[in-house]
Design a protein around this ligand. Structure first.
Ligand SMILES: Cc1cc2nc3c(=O)[nH]c(=O)nc-3n(C[C@H](O)[C@H](O)[C@H](O)COP(=O)(O)OP(=O)(O)OC[C@H]3O[C@@H](n4cnc5c(N)ncnc54)[C@H](O)[C@@H]3O)c2cc1C
Length: 291
C-alpha cells in the first residue's frame, strides 16, 4: 500500500453517517477482501477510510412479516447456514475459502458489484431491495436500480431485503473449482409457488447478472403449479431459452482468458436445467438429457 490513509472507526451507524457526511466518498472498509488487495496493488488510490467493523447493528439479520433483512456487515459465514434463506445460504457457501466467507460481507459485495460476484447474481434472481442510508435518512432501491445508479458519496449500504421464500431456491456455478474461484457462469433460480413464477439470473456472462425473462415465462406457463412439477421437455426448453438470453444480452462478455463466449452461454443453459431439476419435480429427466 502506498501512502498513509486516515482510518475512522465509528461504533454506531449514526456515527458512521456523520463521519461519512464529513468526508463524502471516503472508502468504506468492511471485510477488506476486495478493498485491501486493490489498495496494495495500487489499483485504488489510498484515501480516507471509514471502517464499519465495529458497528454491531450492521451485522444483524432477521425476519419480520413477509421479509428477511440482512445487515450490510453480515458475512458469508453468517448466511451459509441460515435455514430461512436457503438460496442465499447456498450462494454464501459457494463463495471463496473459509477465510473469505468469515470476512467478506454483503455490503462489500454490493460495493464492489463485480459482474462475477456470486451474491449479486442471487440478489438479482431474488429481486432483492437494497437499503442505503445517509444524512437525510434511508431509502430502498430495487437491486436493478441500485446496480445502475449505486449510492451517493455520503451514503452507505446498510441492509438487503428479501421476500421470504415461497418455494425452492438454488445457486449453482461453473468455474475452475466450485469455491475460491471466479465463476465462468453461475445460475440462481428462485421459485415462487404462491405467485406461480420463477426468476432466473445468470452471472459472470455480462457486466451485470442477466435475467432470462423468456425462459422464466416459459416455466410459468408450462409448470404444473398444483404439484410444482415441470415436464422434462419444458425443462429442456428452459435451458435453451436461458442460453439464448445470455447470447443476446446487450453487453455480453466476449471470449476471454476464463472461457470462450460460446462456452459461457452453453454452460448457462446446462446450469439452468440443473437448477430446474433441483427445484421443480419432473425436470430431472431433462438434466440427464444432453443437448
Ligand atoms: C481470495 C479471494 C477469493 C474470493 N472468492 C470469491 C468468490 O468465490 N465469490 C465472490 O463472489 N467473491 C469472491 N471474492 C471477492 C470478495 O470476497 C467479495 O466481493 C466480498 O463480498 C467483499 O466484501 P468485503 O466485506 O471484503 O468488502 P471490502 O473489501 O471491505 O469492500 C469492497 C468494496 O465495497 C465497499 N463497501 C464495503 N461495505 C460497504 C457498504 N456497507 N456500503 C457501501 N459500500 C461498501 C468498499 O468501500 C469497497 O469499495 C474473493 C476475494 C478474494 C480475495
Amino acid at each position: 500500500m502506498t501512502g498513509v490513509a486516515t482510518m475512522r472507526r465509528p461504533r454506531s451507524l449514526s456515527e458512521a453517517i456523520d463521519t461519512l457526511a464529513a468526508s463524502p466518498g471516503a472508502d468504506l472498509l468492511a471485510g477488506g477482501t476486495d478493498l485491501v488487495p486493490a489498495l496494495r496493488t495500487g489499483a485504488r488510490p489510498v484515501r480516507e477510510m471509514i471502517s464499519l467493523r465495529r458497528i454491531v447493528e450492521l451485522r444483524a439479520r432477521g425476519a419480520a412479516g413477509d421479509w428477511l433483512t440482512i445487515g450490510a456487515c453480515a458475512t458469508y459465514a453468517d448466511l451459509a447456514g441460515w435455514s430461512l434463506a436457503p438460496g442465499l445460504a447456498a450462494t454464501a457457501r459457494s463463495v471463496g475459502s473459509p477465510q473469505i466467507r468469515n470476512t467478506g460481507t454483503v455490503g462489500g459485495a454490493l460495493g464492489t458489484a463485480s459482474p462475477r460476484g456470486d451474491l449479486l447474481t442471487f440478489l438479482v434472481a431474488a429481486d432483492a431491495g437494497v437499503v442505503v442510508t445517509g444524512p437525510v435518512g434511508q431509502r430502498q432501491l430495487g437491486i436493478g436500480r441500485f446496480l445502475a445508479d449505486r449510492h451517493g458519496p455520503d451514503e452507505l449500504v446498510t441492509a438487503v431485503k428479501l421476500a421470504r421464500p415461497c418455494g425452492p431456491q438454488t445457486y449453482l456455478k461453473i468455474g475452475a473449482r466450485q469455491t475460491a474461484s471466479i465463476p465462468v457462469a453461475s445460475c440462481a433460480l428462485v421459485v415462487d409457488r404462491v405467485r406461480r413464477l420463477v426468476r432466473c439470473a445468470i452471472g459472470g456472462v455480462a457486466s451485470r447478472p442477466v435475467r432470462a425473462l423468456a425462459a422464466e415465462d416459459h416455466v410459468a406457463e408450462t409448470a404444473d403449479w398444483s404439484t410444482g412439477a415441470l415436464p422434462p421437455d419444458a425443462a429442456h426448453r428452459f435451458g435453451e431459452l436461458v442460453a439464448e438470453a445470455v447470447t443476446t444480452a446487450p453487453d455480453v462478455a466476449g471470449d476471454d482468458v476464463y472461457a470462450p463466449a460460446a462456452y459461457r452461454s452453453h454452460a448457462a443453459g446446462v446450469l439452468a436445467r440443473r437448477a430446474a431439476a433441483r427445484c421443480l419435480a419432473g425436470a430431472r429427466g431433462a438434466d440427464a438429457r444432453r443437448p
